[in-house]
Design a protein around this ligand. Structure first.
Ligand code: FPP
Ligand code: MG
Length: 329
């Protein structure tokens, strides 16, 4: 068992048995929501959801809410919506990236082409919002729509900055915030809203989610350069090959003049990408980027102490932070 998987069982132990039960109900709800729009779209949307993933965002919704027996339908709707948005963005991202595999299975784009993948992503996106609307919470709709706007802005920023190895670090961090951290933030806000916390507390739990999401993306970008492919299931340096400049390269360019002068467009083969990753690693940029992510997680965990959470709930949220920090794949 990987350390991340071991941490998931610890999270459940800390938070209580309602968490796996609710996660099961969220799973059922996701399947129901993917169906009901004709067999072709339902099959693809269903496959996307069945392909799995870590379900981190629904887990954050549940943990931020704590045990809420009376409001379970609202909670499940919120958790399912966040996961549907996440799935929709990945389906669209695979079209934009021309990606053939996701979570080890052929992407919808690869199987059925652009039109089918765009429509499937749209379906998942719109089902997410109809689910939230049915739960009747305007603040929840507001939180999630803020996050989806951010996601789209983040994707646009990534396209604008493609191949620009000299991108400033602040702009890279903004991209991570927009494309990843804001959905984690919304997940925590949604859970805190179900628990009827105050606006200040909802914002504070949201900040925790945002920090965890930022660390998640920073480490995702470290893993892309660190490899190895046998552990990550992805080509080492895949981001560099498609022109996505991330923190390891930004830091490495400050230490290695040859890297600073490199035109990323000259890196076109997996072998060249592998060599570039090894060179980045030799500058210690990976260790520094990882350390930065771990600092973000540590600060986020400390902020939880000021919130009126149950001991087990607080511990479980901290363990989510640890599981992000422990990521190696
Ligand atoms: C995956 O990250 C992609 C994202 C987190 C954001 C994608 C956003 C869009 C396609 C635009 C918004 C779409 C909707 C439906 C609101 P990555 O590319 O870093 O990781 P990967 O290696 O898994 O592709
Ligand atoms: Mg991508």
């Amino acid at each position: 068992m990987s350390s991340a998987a071991a941490t998931l069982s610890e999270i459940v132990r800390a938070a209580g048995s309602h968490v796996p039960r609710l996660l099961g109900l969220v799973e059922q709800r996701l399947k129901t929501l993917a169906a009901g729009h004709g067999p072709v779209l339902a099959a693809h949307a269903g496959d996307t959801i069945a392909a799995g993933g870590k379900r981190m965002r629904p887990l954050l919704v549940l943990l931020a809410a704590g045990p809420q027996a009376a409001r379970e339908p609202e909670l499940i709707a919120a958790a399912a919506s966040v996961e549907l948005i996440h799935s929709a963005t990945l389906v669209h991202d695979d079209v934009l990236d021309g990606a053939h595999l996701r979570r080890g299975v052929p992407t919808i784009w690869a199987q059925g082409g652009r039109a089918l993948a765009v429509a499937t992503g749209d379906l998942l996106f719109s089902r997410a919002f109809s689910e939230l609307t049915a739960a009747g919470s305007l603040p929840a709709v507001r939180s999630l729509s803020r996050a989806t706007s951010a996601l789209a802005e983040g994707e646009l920023l990534q396209r604008q900055d493609a191949w620009n190895a000299a991108v400033p670090i602040e702009r890279y961090l903004l991209r991570c915030e927009l494309k990843t951290a804001r959905l984690f933030e919304a997940a925590c806000e949604l859970g805190a809203q179900v628990a009827r916390l105050t606006d200040a507390q909802i914002a504070e739990l949201g900040s925790f989610g945002r920090a965890i999401g930022l660390a998640f993306q920073l480490l995702d970008d470290v893993i892309d350069v660190a490899g190895p492919a046998s552990l990550t299931g992805k080509q080492r340096g895949a981001d560099l090959l498609d022109g996505t400049v991330t923190l390891p390269l930004i830091l490495a360019r400050e230490r290695d003049a040859q890297l600073a002068a490199l035109d990323l467009r000259t890196i076109t083969t997996p072998e060249q990408a592998e060599e570039l990753c090894a060179r980045i690693e030799r500058t210690d940029a990976l260790a520094e980027a990882r350390a930065r992510a771990l600092r973000v997680v540590a600060e986020a965990k400390c902020r939880l102490d000021a919130l009126p959470l149950e001991a087990g709930q607080r511990q479980a949220l901290k363990l989510v932070g640890d599981s992000v920090a422990d990521r190696t794949a």
